[in-house]
Design a protein around this ligand. Structure first.
Ligand SMILES: C[S@@+](CC[C@H](N)C(=O)[O-])C[C@H]1O[C@@H](n2cnc3c(N)ncnc32)[C@H](O)[C@@H]1O
Length: 252
């Protein structure tokens, strides 16, 4: 793949959304800063937490089209195809690694795509704190980093809390898409979602609606998996009108 030329921050600005207050901690930790400087035995001081304003999708995109989020966009291939294929849908990509976020944003900027934006942040926090209930048409989670064992719990994106936040964010009738090349992780994700009345499995053929490149894959990691003879597990769920529950973690 040819490397897109690097655009300046000013040129990329329309494709980049910066979260305010995202790194503010809610409890003191041993980092030595002012917020955590209490000594042992002293009562903990509450940490000031500036108010968070949920993202107003209509204001952000300048239209009232439905909005879909992708968690862990990597180099942004899925959103590129999705944004081109569905110009009347808004796409918001969340990627924790800045260089990947900027790589993806550059691809969208070069094509001047008006319906896709990116942010560099922990998707778990964005979904939890910045997305209003019922404000999304879909959440896509493709090939999340394979931290599925119990000792990887802190790094795992797809947890019961994450799934509950996704269910809260997705409007009734909206979709949750998951895919991975790690069978065990697929088992974890489907066990979590399958135990939530807020989601109902859709027929397999609905996956074909996912945008693909001409070579037949939807994301970079899907291409890598297929080129090396690996398998891909995927599922799509509809958001029901049932209440959101946080289910037990199947990994514990
Ligand atoms: C295995 S890659 C898959 C990328 C892309 N979805 C694909 O299928 O080609 C996982 C991506 O998720 C990102 N990621 C990991 N944890 C994340 C988090 N908490 N929030 C947002 N992105 C995250 C990683 O930096 C990486 O780019």
């Amino acid at each position: 793949m040819r490397k897109p030329r690097r655009l300046s921050n000013e040129q990329l600005a329309p494709w980049v959304w910066e979260a305010k207050n995202l790194s503010i901690r809610t409890s003191p930790e041993k980092s030595g800063d002012a917020a955590s400087s209490h000594s042992e035995g002293e009562p903990e001081q509450p940490v000031a937490r500036p108010p968070i304003t949920p993202i107003d999708w209509t204001a952000l995109f300048g239209n009232a089209n439905p909005t879909e989020i992708e968690v862990g966009t990597g180099k942004g291939l899925f959103l590129l195809n999705a944004a081109l294929a569905r110009p009347n849908t808004n796409f918001f990509g969340i990627e924790i690694v800045r260089k990947y976020q900027l790589y993806a944003a550059t691809r969208y900027a070069i094509r001047n795509l008006p319906n896709v934006k990116t942010t560099c942040a922990d998707a778990k926090l964005v979904l939890r704190d910045y997305v209003s209930a019922g404000s999304l048409a879909a959440v896509h989670v493709y090939f999340p980093d394979p931290w599925w064992k119990s000792r990887h719990k802190k790094r795992r994106v797809f947890t019961p809390d994450f799934a509950a936040d996704a269910a809260r964010a997705i409007a009734t009738g909206g979709r949750l898409y998951i895919a991975t090349d790690v069978e065990e992780y697929y088992g974890v994700m489907t066990a979590i979602v399958g135990a939530m009345p807020a989601f109902k499995l859709r027929p397999e053929e609905e996956q074909r609606a996912a945008p693909r490149t001409e070579a037949g894959f939807a994301t970079n990691f899907e291409r890598k998996a297929l080129e090396t003879g690996g398998s891909v597990w995927r599922a799509v769920y509809a958001r029901t009108s049932e209440p959101v529950t946080v289910v037990a973690d199947p990994v514990e």
